[in-house]
Design a protein around this ligand. Structure first.
Ligand SMILES: [Zn+2]
Length: 464
C-alpha cells in the first residue's frame, strides 16, 4: 500500500474528532477494502480495534499531524491526566508507542461495565453532515459513563466495539432516527459538566490533579459535611448525593455507581487517589448544583467564616502603626512574606530595621566590646545586648572570638617576653605575664612549653 501519506495529507482530522473516526473516514475514502491494511498503514498495527478515547500507536501517525495535538485534542488523555492517571508520562508513552499494561489498565478501570464502543449523538452528526458533509465521532461524547448529548438532550447512540460487537471493523456513525430517546434531566446535567471538564482539562496545569481533593474538602466543609474534628460526615454526604441522583438513570452496567462507594477513597486518601473521571464528574456536578441553588448553607457558613481572623487585615493595622516586620511577625505569628505582601499590596513602605542595627551587627561580629558598641552608636548597653541575642549564633561566635584573641594575645606576649629578655627564667616569665602564662597553661599547654625558655637545671643544694 504505497502512497498513503499523500492521501493522509489530503484528509485532515476534524476538530475534536476521535482517532477511530478519522481512521474510519480514511478507510472509506481511500482504503482498499481491508480494515487491517488500513489500520496497519495508519497506526502500524493490524489490530482493527481502535480504542474510542485512549487509543494506542498514535506516534505512528507521523504525517503532517503533530502527535501532541493528536493526543491532546483527539483523545481523552488530558482528562485522565487532569484526574491523576498520568505518572511519569507512562500513559502518554503507552498511547503513543503502542499499548502496554498502563493504557490497558486505564481503559479497564474507566469502562465501569458500560457498553464498549464509539458514542455519538445522531442529531449532532446530522447537523455536522449538513454543514460539512462529514459525520465524525467527537471525543467529548466518549467520556466514559456519559450516555447523553447535552445539546440535544437525547441518548447517545453507540457503535459496539466489544468482543460481541458486530464490527471489529472501521465504521462511521450509522443510526435510525426511530431509536432516539430523550435522556433524564440529571443525565443531561452530567453530560454538560462532562463537556466542561474535558475542556477544562485541556488547559489545566501539569499538577492540577493534586488540587481536586483539597477543593472538594474545602467546599464540603463550607457546606457542613465536615465535623469539627476534620472527619467527613460520610453518611450524610452519601444520603444527599443519593437524593440528588435519584432521578439519574445510570447506563446499563453502571448501576453500582450511585452507591458512591468511591467517595471514601477519593476524599480520604491523602495521596490523591487515582479515580475514574466519572466519579469526579458525579461529585463535581452535585457540588456545582448545591452551591448554585444557594440553599443558604453555603452563605451561612461563609458568614460564619467572615469574622474569622483575617491575617491580612491584622497585618495591615499593625503596619499602619509603623511597626517593624519583626514586631509584626512576632505578634501575629505570621511569616515575613505575609507582611511584605500586605505592605506591597497597600503601598506601605516597610518599617525595616533601624539603620544603626546593621552597624551594630558588624561591630558585634568583629568582637567589639558591648560598651564600646553602645558608646559608638549612642545606645543603651541593654539594647546592644538584646540585638546581639536576637541574631542566632552571634553570642557564641563572640565567645569563640574572645577565646581566640586571648590565645593569640597570650602567645604573642609570652613570645615577646622570651625574645626580649633572653636571660629570663620560666619563673620570671610567669611572674611578669601571669595572666597570659596561666591562660596558655590551662588551654594550650603544649604551645606554652614551646615558647618558654628551657628548664633550668635543678639547683643543687650545697652542703658545704
Ligand atoms: Zn447532539
Amino acid at each position: 500500500m504505497s502512497g498513503e501519506f499523500d492521501y493522509l495529507e489530503r484528509l485532515p482530522i476534524e476538530p475534536s474528532e476521535t482517532i477511530f473516526s478519522w481512521v474510519s473516514r480514511y478507510h472509506y475514502r481511500y482504503g482498499n477494502g481491508s480494515f487491517k491494511m488500513t489500520t496497519e498503514s495508519l497506526l502500524g498495527s493490524r489490530r482493527t480495534r481502535i480504542h474510542p478515547y485512549l487509543p494506542s500507536n498514535i506516534s505512528y501517525i507521523n504525517t503532517h499531524f503533530d502527535v501532541e495535538t493528536l493526543v491532546r485534542d483527539h483523545t481523552l488523555y488530558s482528562l485522565f491526566a487532569y484526574f491523576g492517571s498520568e505518572q511519569d508520562s507512562k500513559l502518554l508513552n503507552s498511547m503513543c508507542y503502542g499499548p502496554t499494561g498502563v493504557v490497558e489498565s486505564h481503559r479497564a478501570k474507566a469502562s465501569m461495565g458500560i457498553q464498549a464502543g464509539h458514542y455519538f449523538c445522531s442529531h449532532c452528526v446530522e447537523e455536522y453532515r449538513t454543514r460539512t458533509g462529514l459525520g465524525p465521532y467527537v471525543i467529548h461524547d466518549q467520556f466514559p459513563g456519559i450516555d447523553c448529548c447535552p445539546m440535544h438532550g437525547i441518548q447517545l447512540q453507540i457503535i459496539d466495539s466489544s468482543d460481541e460487537g458486530i464490527d471489529r471493523k472501521l465504521m462511521l456513525p450509522t443510526y435510525k432516527r426511530t431509536s432516539e430517546e430523550k435522556s433524564a434531566y440529571k443525565n443531561r446535567l452530567l453530560a454538560f459538566k462532562a463537556r466542561e471538564l474535558v475542556n477544562v482539562a485541556l488547559v489545566a496545569g501539569e499538577r492540577s490533579h493534586q488540587q481536586h481533593q483539597r477543593y472538594y474538602l474545602s467546599v464540603l466543609k463550607q457546606l457542613g459535611y465536615v465535623f469539627d474534628s476534620g472527619q467527613l460526615k460520610m453518611e450524610s454526604l452519601k444520603t444527599d448525593l443519593t437524593r440528588f441522583y435519584q432521578d439519574y438513570q445510570p447506563p446499563l452496567g453502571m448501576e453500582a455507581v450511585t452507591e458512591f462507594y468511591f467517595l471514601g477513597p477519593m476524599l480520604r486518601n491523602k495521596t490523591s487517589f487515582n479515580q475514574n473521571p466519572f466519579h469526579h464528574l458525579l461529585l463535581s456536578t452535585w457540588i456545582d448544583y448545591t452551591v448554585s441553588i444557594d440553599d443558604s448553607r453555603f452563605k451561612l457558613i461563609a458568614d460564619e467564616v467572615a469574622p474569622k481572623r483575617n491575617i491580612d487585615d491584622e497585618v495591615l493595622v499593625l503596619l499602619k502603626t509603623g511597626k517593624s516586620i519583626r514586631d509584626i511577625t512576632l505578634k501575629l505569628g505570621c511569616a515575613h512574606s505575609v507582611v511584605r505582601r500586605v505592605a506591597a499590596l497597600n503601598g506601605i513602605k516597610l518599617n525595616e530595621a533601624p539603620r544603626w542595627r546593621h552597624h551594630l551587627i558588624i561591630m558585634a561580629s568583629l568582637g567589639r566590646d558591648r560598651s564600646y558598641i553602645a558608646q559608638k552608636l549612642g545606645l543603651p548597653i541593654h539594647v546592644v545586648e538584646s540585638e546581639i541575642s536576637k541574631v542566632k549564633g552571634l553570642a557564641k561566635w563572640r565567645l569563640e572570638l574572645e577565646k581566640m584573641r586571648r590565645w593569640q594575645r597570650s602567645v604573642f606576649m609570652i613570645k615577646h617576653a622570651v625574645t626580649t629578655h633572653t636571660d629570663w627564667s620560666r619563673q620570671n616569665v610567669k611572674t611578669a605575664y601571669n595572666k597570659e602564662f596561666f591562660y596558655l597553661y590551662k588551654y594550650d599547654r603544649e604551645r606554652l612549653e614551646e615558647l618558654l625558655p628551657p628548664k633550668m637545671p635543678a639547683r643543687r643544694r650545697s652542703y658545704k
